[in-house]
Ligand binder design. Structure first.
Ligand SMILES: N[C@@H](CCC(=O)N[C@@H](CS)C(=O)NCC(=O)O)C(=O)O
Length: 206
């Protein structure tokens, strides 16, 4: 059985858990990281020298970096639409996944830490406002893309929707004023109907 090492409230673990559930894979997940600790110990580091979560163990095969894990799972195990079937479609999926990781993830992390993990009296108002503005610009870019198609690559959800889909739950669930982005909202509404997403991503924000 696949093993996933990482606590369930991590957005990077959520990507992997949502993906395994969509693919119908059996998984044993172990709480590691955050309050659980364990990701700085020798055993964990021997598998993942980066000391971050998640780590995937598939028999003798060990993999870390959440987007790499999602790509591997879709490639190795999928039997439907999750792994796009041509190099060009996979190129576009990878582009959006990398764009999330390198553009949107950083300001989303600032926002999440400020609004969820920092007491109101200790929040940095200027940093929060700046992160909202930065995120809004990036989400508007995705909104524009989604005016032409229901999912990031077209008519069906693929691995491209996974990292951005996880972040979209946080964007729509934290308490601040958001710009109205109708195509983004429609896309997120469709994703939110998926049982695997509800189970692994739509969790209390902690
Ligand atoms: N680029 C890595 C980032 C992993 C990462 O930063 N994970 C965070 C949780 S979201 C972590 O390990 N934090 C330390 C901890 O939970 O103890 C990935 O996508 O897997």
């Amino acid at each position: 059985m696949l093993q996933v090492l990482g606590r369930p409230n991590s957005v990077n673990v959520q990507k992997v858990m949502w993906c395994t559930a969509e693919l119908g894979l059996e998984v044993e997940r172990t709480d590691i990281g955050g309050a659980f600790g364990g990701n700085d110990g020798a055993e964990y580091l021997s598998r993942n020298p980066n000391g971050k979560i998640p780590t995937l163990i598939d028999g003798d095969y060990v993999l870390w970096e959440s987007n790499a894990i999602v790509r591997y799972l879709c490639d190795q195990y999928e039997s439907g639409n999750w792994c796009p079937d041509t190099a060009q479609k996979r190129g576009h999926a990878n582009m959006w996944m990398d764009w999330y990781q390198t553009a949107l993830h950083r300001p989303m992390t600032v926002l999440f830490w400020q609004l969820i993990r920092t007491k109101p009296e200790n929040r940095d108002f200027a940093a929060t406002e700046a992160a909202i503005g930065e995120c809004a610009n990036f989400w508007a870019m995705l909104d524009q893309h989604l005016t032409e198609r229901p999912y990031i690559l077209g008519g069906e959800p693929t691995m491209a929707d996974i990292p951005l889909g996880c972040a979209a739950y946080r964007w729509h669930s934290m308490g601040f004023e958001r710009p109205d982005l109708p195509a983004l909202r429609t896309w997120w509404g469709c994703i939110s109907e998926r049982p695997a997403y509800k189970e692994h991503v739509m969790l209390p924000l902690t």
